[in-house]
Design a protein around this ligand. Structure first.
Ligand SMILES: [Zn+2]
Length: 209
């Protein structure tokens, strides 16, 4: 369905803006009366972002919300503060950084303008060959990078130890079907033995940032 955004001045005579469109929208506005604070309406969940990225909020945020609802260790995460951007252009070639996904703090300017505090960047080159269970695990993995204070944290091992112990070390790349974290059948994480945590058994294998 198409939408129409019309902005009038107070008198309501002549429209200042009159836009008909069919996608989403973000609106930022200010009153000048409350320190000029920027107010934001974020409804732009699917669209091109720059040359090589696509906004994927419509696809990934609902999964993130279900993960936050299900897993107490993610309780503090707010998926509506994450901008999900997918690099639709990347191909490995001779690149050295072969990560599949990466959680970052949004820079201050983007944050001030849009209200997003985090950017989760994914690469469709890898995502497209993942099974849904792997995508869910990937989003779980990336959400864990946001700690209780809202900062970005590193893994406890080269991955999260509960994921390695439960889903296997190669959960992101295996061709076999892994467990669906959002299934009702999934109810408990396994943990690595303390010794296994100390071994550097993942050297050179970090594919998931
Ligand atoms: Zn990671």
């Amino acid at each position: 369905m198409k939408k129409r955004l019309v902005i009038y001045d107070e008198t309501g005579d002549e429209p200042i803006e009159d836009i008909v469109f069919s996608g989403g929208y973000n609106i930022t506005y200010t009153n000048l009366s409350d320190d000029g604070a920027l107010r934001k309406i974020r409804k732009l969940d699917n669209g091109r972002f720059g040359d090589k990225h696509w906004i994927k909020n419509y696809l990934y945020r609902p999964i993130a919300e279900r993960l936050v609802e299900k897993f107490p260790e993610l309780k503090h995460v707010k998926p509506n503060l994450i901008l999900f951007l997918e690099d639709v252009d990347f191909a490995p070639g001779s690149a050295k950084n072969l990560w599949i996904a990466q959680m970052k703090l949004a820079n201050k300017q983007l944050s001030a303008m849009t209200g997003y505090q985090y950017i989760l960047e994914t690469r469709s080159y890898y995502i497209d060959s993942m099974q849904r269970e792997q995508l869910i695990a990937l989003l779980y993995h990336e959400l864990r990078h946001i700690d209780k204070d809202g900062d970005i944290v590193k893994h406890d091992v080269e991955d999260w130890s509960n994921m390695v112990a439960t889903l296997g070390i190669d959960w992101a790349t295996t061709q076999a079907t892994i467990q669906d974290l959002l299934s009702d059948d999934f109810n408990q994480w396994h943990e690595l033995e303390p010794m296994a945590k100390q071994l550097n058994m993942f050297s050179g294998l970090r594919v998931v940032r």
